[in-house]
Design a protein around this ligand. Sequence first.
Ligand code: 6PG
Length: 267
Amino acid sequence: MSAASEIRVVTDSRELAEEAAELFVWLGSQTLAIGGSFRVALAGGSTPKGLYAALAGSRFSKELNWGNVEFYFGDERCVPPVHPESNFGMANTILFRPLAIDSKQIFRMEGEDPNPEDAARRYDATVRTQFKSPPPTWPRFDLILLGLGEDGHTASLFPGSRALDERTRVAVAAEAPRGVAHRLTLTAAAVSHARTVIFLVSGREKAGAVRAVLERPTSPDRQPDPMDRTFPARLIRPVDGRVIWFLDRAAASELALARQGINSHEE
Ligand code: 6PG
């Protein structure tokens, strides 16, 4: 992981949601203050639910001009948007509906398409059009939210997947070894071009992957490292941005600092 990673250890998942929401609205306000839109790609899975609920709650919902926020997705399961496994469906219920986000502000991956490759190509084109960034330029998301799997996957970039090798596309179809098999995902290259990437990781079961991603040395000259294919979150290396890890103490418990008894940045 590059030197640009910042680690924030918090007590538990509730504080993780609150701290991440604080940074989300701060980044959004800073971005909107210089004009334009705040373009964010949302994470799927269960960890970000607390963050989305916090953003839609009384403390944060009035902290940002939501009408100028564009919502994208880091990945999607290939299911219809109303399916219980849909990342869009989860965000729609917890975030978009409570904040009355206009559908024109939401750019979802079309998981319902029976041909994931077609849906991935359409998403690639949609993002490049919205960002006015044709190849070889890269769209630069203002913020990308990511989770981390116990196996070191992030978005739908799973260990050993062909999707890990993609160097030119923004979005590709991918396969997952568990859960919904067919996926759509932003590529590691697209994520690495974001201005800010926030990883949200909670729970003791993630501690091994956190250590493997954050503490195993990466090759200094960004050369491919076999460890990166084993723990794909290591492929997220900011080209000209920053990566911030929000960890609760359980997820941080195998990091060297924690093993030395330093359990939080506040201490
Ligand atoms: C997904 C996510 C995936 C998720 C991790 C962690 O679609 O499931 O994009 O990468 O972030 O699997 O999931 P949890 O937050 O549920 O532990």
